[in-house]
Write a protein that binds this ligand. Structure first.
Ligand code: AMP
Length: 279
């Protein structure tokens, strides 16, 4: 892959890269379309990265179907699929990891310690292997975008990060490979996440709230009243750069990110909303 990428670069081609864990859906295809539009060559990786899963998480049962993904990639105009085995990526005695301090411990990091070290490490490795000019990520994983953008800036990585909007089902549920785990009932109920994020956004923009803490409590109550099956893990209201908690919303100007994670049965879903607030 590295030799191919080097050849493509030397022959003047612009490389776009879309890293994924496979079991592709329209959210992934959306990234591929954006990359295809802006680059000469599109490389997609399909790799369920063991290093970003914690013990007890769903690494083993994460949905995988290479042939299905292959046809999705073909349809989307992917030029190269990079689909290595974990042993090839992390050889014996593997020792080197990339950690974006502080940002990685916030939000998701509190509940998935070590997760973003795994993400930053594999993305850095894949950047070195696929040598892209542009790499495409979904806003669905807002913290991932913030962390990788910081990594690229701090380590002077010669790749431009492009962020594409979150693709949703008609119901508002954010598309995710993990949605296949959901029962019909939970799939319906999970639409509450996008709903509550939009309610909170409107409240913040219209000034219809007391303070950030109360607003988060109201969001929690709203979810728990409407969908008793849902177990909310966290709601956070932060900036979109260092992911620091915004305590005083009324005084805050700039991008506001509201993120949350919730369980429906055993399935853990994340979602977020990003908007600009003026004083
Ligand atoms: P994954 O395969 O879940 O690791 O995701 C690969 C890439 O697709 C990441 O950049 C994700 O943020 C992005 N992605 C996943 N779901 C969506 C979605 N619903 N809308 C937009 N991008 C997404």
């Amino acid at each position: 892959m590295q030799e191919i990428a080097e050849f493509l670069r030397r022959t003047g081609r612009n490389i776009g890269f879309v890293p994924t864990m496979g079991y592709l859906h329209e959210g992934h295809v959306n990234l591929m379309i954006a990359a295809k539009d802006e680059c000469d060559i599109l490389i997609t990786s399909i790799f369920v990265n063991p290093v970003q899963f914690l013990p007890g998480e769903d690494f083993e049962k994460y949905p995988r179907d290479f042939m299905r993904d292959y046809y999705v990639c073909k349809q989307a105009g992917v030029d190269y699929i990079f689909n290595p085995e974990p042993d090839e990526v992390y050889g014996e005695n593997y020792k080197t990891f990339v950690n974006v301090n502080d940002l990685s411990e916030r939000l998701e990091g509190k509940y998935r310690p070590g997760h973003f070290t795994g993400v930053a490490t594999v993305v850095m490795k894949f950047f070195n292997i696929t040598k892209p000019h542009f790499a495409y990520f979904g806003q669905k994983d807002a913290q991932q975008v913030a962390i990788l953008s910081k990594m690229v800036s701090d380590l002077n990585v010669d790749v431009e990060i492009k962020v594409c909007e979150t693709l949703r089902e008609e119901s508002g549920l954010a598309m995710s490979s993990r949605n296949v785990y959901l029962s019909d009932k939970h799939r319906n109920e999970a639409t509450i996440l996008n709903e509550v994020l939009n309610v909170a956004k409107n409240k913040i923009l219209t000034g219809d709230y007391e303070d950030a803490k109360t607003l988060k409590r109201e969001m929690k109550e709203y979810i728990e009243t409407k969908t008793p099956d849902c177990s909310l893990q966290y709601i956070a209201i932060t900036d979109n750069y260092l992911l620091k908690k915004i305590d005083d919303l009324s005084d805050y100007e700039g991008e506001v990110l509201i993120s949350l994670a919730a369980f429906f049965g055993k399935t853990r879903l994340i979602d977020n909303i990003l908007f600009t607030k003026k004083i």
